[in-house]
Design a protein around this ligand. Structure first.
Ligand code: ZN
Ligand code: ZN
Ligand code: ZN
Length: 429
């Protein structure tokens, strides 16, 4: 018996996958061995190659095809009281998921809570300023030019430079939760992934890289309590896979780009290409990976879901906020988000009541431009994978709209417009 080279195996699996797009891993292996009777290939190796080539199964539609909604789970470990005593989490139902309810009356303009991001993949202008050492690598604030408190990344050397600098020792200290795996000096294998994200201006990829770093480093740095709660945060994020999102909107998935991205992601955190990079990564990743985390972060389907999670939950400036991600949409919102601590903590959000909220009412923000027409608003929400908005305002306004005038234009690409709409809608320009 012979053991095929990895190129031979990749080639064979690629053509097998093309002919049998829905076959599971065990059956793929059986088919592979019957087509190549002299080969010895373990199921584990088949799985590995399928994953690294982005050939694992797409999330199943097919037989079980049904209306898919963004789904979110409750995070039992989240202590809402540390944010605000006036609100609580409520789980509505499978379609709507969770939301935030006022426990007592909240006055108009009242600050409900402030929150620093769980991770941040800032807007690219800010990212570039981080890369050129002008903004803090952690909190994204502008660095005071002459401050003696400003501290560089400790791993930067002339041979392997890292341009990140921090406001002070506190920001430097916090950076250890994510930076080591994204630092060009400590994990050079992450550079191609970040370059790819930057070049394609794909914020969700950067955000997923930040999230992955945080989870992996919790485990490696022995913060078991943090790992538990951070893992719950990530799993609790409303989720809609990229595939499902595109199926829903009738647009073509860009499989080639996803595969390319997945490969870079896998190389950044699991298997760098060069031996030198592998050694550097191994210095950070000393403990074996928890199997559940391995599965949820690094299988191809999970990766696509991860991207979908990021796209759905990122705040306009690119932060992912634990409690903010619980807020649901309405076209007449009662809550708004501000970045008012600009100088000291640019990435911190302040959640404010934009009108008075009575005990028992849900806190709602808008995901789309509230000035747009009902059809445009619904189109925008559908694009994000949400069902047709049935808020009171939409129901009222829809009565005056011709029925077949509704979502026919949906399949058009609206990326740029949508982003602008979103920004305008959240009042964050
Ligand atoms: Zn800072
Ligand atoms: Zn660094
Ligand atoms: Zn609405």
């Amino acid at each position: 018996n012979v053991v095929p080279s990895s190129d031979e195996l990749k080639l064979a699996l690629r053509s097998l996958r093309e002919e049998n797009p829905t076959l599971g891993i065990a059956k793929t292996q059986a088919l592979l061995l019957s087509a190549n009777p002299s080969w010895t290939v373990s199921e584990k190796r088949v799985r590995k190659v399928l994953q690294s080539e982005g050939l694992t199964l797409a999330p199943s539609g097919g037989a079980s095809a049904k209306k898919i909604w963004p789904s979110s789970k409750m995070n039992d470990k989240l202590d809402i009281g540390q944010f605000s005593k006036k609100i609580e989490v409520r789980y509505f139902d499978k379609a709507k998921g969770k939301g935030l309810i006022a426990k007592e009356d909240i006055g108009e303009r009242e600050i409900i809570w402030k929150e620093d991001p769980f991770i941040i993949a800032p807007e690219w202008e800010i990212y570039d300023l981080q890369m050129s050492s002008q903004h803090c690598g952690q909190c994204t604030s502008r660095l005071a030019p002459d401050s003696s408190l400003v501290t560089p990344c400790a791993s930067s050397t002339s041979a392997t430079p890292c341009s990140f600098r921090y406001c002070n020792r506190l920001c430097l200290k916090r950076s250890r939760f994510t930076h080591p795996l994204l630092c060009p000096a400590q994990n050079p294998a992450s550079v191609p992934l970040l370059v790819f994200a930057r070049k394609n201006e794909w914020q969700a990829v950067h955000a997923l890289a930040q999230c992955t770093s945080r989870i992996l480093l919790d485990q490696q740095q022995g913060r078991d309590g943090d790992l538990q709660s951070d893992w719950e945060v990530v799993k609790g994020l409303a989720m809609l896979g990229m595939q499902e999102r595109f199926v829903d909107t009738g647009r073509e998935p860009d499989q080639v780009t996803w595969n390319k991205c997945y490969q870079l992601y896998f190389q950044a955190f699991r298997e760098p290409k060069s031996v030198a990079d592998q050694k550097k990564l191994a210095r950070i990743m000393k403990k074996p990976l928890d199997p559940e985390i391995e599965k949820y972060l690094f299988e191809y389907d999970a990766f696509l879901h991860g991207l979908g999670r990021m796209s759905l939950n990122l705040e306009t400036h690119g932060g992912l906020y634990t409690l903010h991600s619980y807020l649901n949409h309405s076209c007449t919102p009662n809550t708004s988000i501000r970045h008012i601590d600009r100088r000291t903590a640019l990435s911190r959000i302040t959640v404010i009541a934009s009108s008075s909220i009575l005990a028992g009412e849900e806190l709602l923000i808008t995901y789309v431009n509230p000035e747009a027409s009902v059809n445009e608003r619904r189109k925008g929400l559908l694009e994000w994978g949400f069902g047709e908005c049935r808020c009171q305002r939409c129901v009222e306004e829809a009565k005056f709209v011709k029925p077949n005038d509704s979502v026919e234009t949906l399949a058009m690409g609206v990326d740029g417009d949508l982003e602008r709409e979103l920004k305008a809608g959240l009042g964050l320009m």
